[in-house]
Ligand binder design. Structure first.
Ligand code: SF4
Length: 221
């Protein structure tokens, strides 16, 4: 028996895919996304690191499960790992990651380890292309289980790809910003990706508005 055969999450992912399920269903309440038996964040990370459920496993150096406080009130979800993340196995560690660090530490007055940071897909798409629908579908159960374990008060979607994949829409970012959505039973606030901010510094004003909304939701009991 291979290691992945013995892993309950890997078996679950294969079983739902074999049954033709392309996406994990959205739910109305966080409690409805029940953690798989014993699937702690560490166990999930180990499963993700060995995952071969989609073709991105063939080109990655390291899978990037995500990192941070396992009980975080705030989860940041980006699109997918880039070159620096693929090399290190850690999320948001390049130039865009440094900007996200600044948002967290200088803007929110938190530490990076106080939040949880991850991506919609856990392995780098070649040449940083947008993740394809089959890759997002294959990886979605991992994000669902991470959120079910963490049970954050709010999810901040970083960039158009992240929010479109989370709420299944093709609307442009300009129409999505400033609104609160729901995915997997958790409130989701979209904002611009830090990489976009590097190219368009004027968007920092809009991002700060969004981050303040994130902090408002996180402060609610
Ligand atoms: S992107 Fe997700 S589903 Fe695809 S191989 Fe990586 S961890 Fe597995």
């Amino acid at each position: 028996m291979s290691a992945s055969d013995a892993d309950p999450l890997a078996r679950f992912v294969r079983s739902v895919q074999a049954a033709g399920v392309q996406r994990m269903p959205r739910v109305d309440k966080p409690a409805a996304v029940a953690p798989l038996g014993g699937a702690t964040l560490d166990a999930l990370a180990a499963t993700i690191s060995a995952c071969t459920q989609c073709k991105l496993s063939e080109t990655r150096t390291h899978a990037v499960p995500g990192e941070g406080d396992p009980h975080a009130d705030i989860v940041f979800v980006g699109e997918g790992p880039g070159a620096d993340e693929d090399k290190s196995g850690r999320p948001f560690v390049g130039r865009a990651g440094k900007l996200l660090d600044d948002i967290i530490t200088k803007g929110m007055k938190l530490r990076r380890q106080d939040v949880f940071i991850c991506n919609v897909v856990k392995c780098r798409p070649p040449s940083n292309r947008v993740p394809e629908p089959d890759e997002v579908a294959a990886c979605s159960p991992y994000l669902a289980q991470q959120l079910a374990q963490i049970r954050p008060k709010v999810v901040c979607a970083l960039g158009a790809t992240a929010i479109r994949r989370l709420i299944e829409t093709d609307e442009p970012m300009g129409r999505l910003r400033g609104r609160v959505f729901e995915a997997y039973g958790f409130p989701v606030i979209p904002t611009y990706h830090p990489a976009y901010l590097l190219r368009n510094p004027a968007a920092k004003v809009a991002v700060w508005e969004d981050i303040q909304k994130v902090m408002e939701l996180a402060a609610k009991s």
